[in-house]
Write a protein that binds this ligand. Sequence first.
Ligand SMILES: *Cc1c(COP(=O)(O)O)cnc(C)c1O
Length: 400
Amino acid sequence: MAENYFKKYPDTKGFFGAYGGAFIPPQLEDEMQKINDAYFSISKSHKFISELRSIRKHYQGRPTPVYYCNRLSEKYGGRIYLKREDLNHSGAHKLNHCMGEALLAKYMGKKKLIAETGAGQHGVALATAAAYFGLECEIHMGEVDMAKEHPNVVRMEILGAKVVPATHGLKTLKEAVDSAFGAYLEDPITTIYCIGSVVGPHPFPMMVRDFQRVVGIEARDQFMEMTGELPDAVSACVGGGSNAMGIFSAFMDDEECSLYGVEPSGRSLDPGEHAATMTLGKPGIIHGFKCYMLQDDQGEPAPVYSVASGLDYPGVGPEHSMLKDLGKVHYEHVSDKECIDAFYELSRLEGIIPALESAHAVAHALKYAKNNPQKSILVNLSGRGDKDIDFVVDTYGLPS
Ligand SMILES: *Cc1c(COP(=O)(O)O)cnc(C)c1O
């Protein structure tokens, strides 16, 4: 049944129900087709699979553990578990798809990787993969994010990547995507665009999901081994939606297990103050694909905001858009304040400093645990918070 799901979605044109597809300039159609063909022929080969498996084990440090939060569960009730993607090499789940995309690029004979980055996590992960494979790397990043996430800019430069500032509009993630896409259009033959989430034109949402499936496959097995049963709920933050698709994909057939995608309600649900795409968006086309999208009066992507730079995107993966309509995943929102509280709670009760993105999922889990003291919840802890510590303490101070 799960296998049927993955055969059915996306369809051959890249649609997840009404969403997805490839709305791209004609000069890119050939290239996207080539990437799609290469994905199906190369990534299913024994050689590719065994190379990726070896990289995951010996370089990334997989499998990452599942951890039971003793003190957090005691305080809030319920049983709270974390899938520790913060322990994946480079500090977040993103290296899972970057190593896959870069390995595919190598097999395709590409010379250079181009990408956008929000918080800098995707840029760092891709620069890491580029260094590993000996490929050139060019990362586009909003100027505002470059200031906020300065350590990640330095990290990318140390790893040998070129960081290009996006200086138009709000100077955050959406503008970085525009800028990177422009650079890719100039030379789609020797370069490849490595998208940072389950977004963009077909085949990227499918490829990125498939490379992230390892998270769910490991977590489901580990949870069963630890507890002898399935979790009652699985929770993950949703920016574009890659860490969420990675963990959800293993539980598609488990009717007894509720899936929760958590998006940021920022300062409030007023326009421009949040990035709650699923809660308030309408179907539209952004960056080459169809999805739920926060739109202004003209139908253009609306300005968005979240304390977590990796979540402030006005679109969302097409598969999430479909799963919302199917009612298979519940989408909830968490505010900046709840996120910061959860950031400190996990740090002080468990000794784990989460990324602000991941702290959204933790905040949701704390609410769930309080309301469901008999139940278990598995959180995808998508990344570590080292990148956020100065910003959090400077902006919010230490808790009393
Ligand atoms: C980028 C990022 C996210 C958001 O991206 P998704 O594609 O929605 O997973 C979440 N957590 C961390 C740590 C990130 O770096």
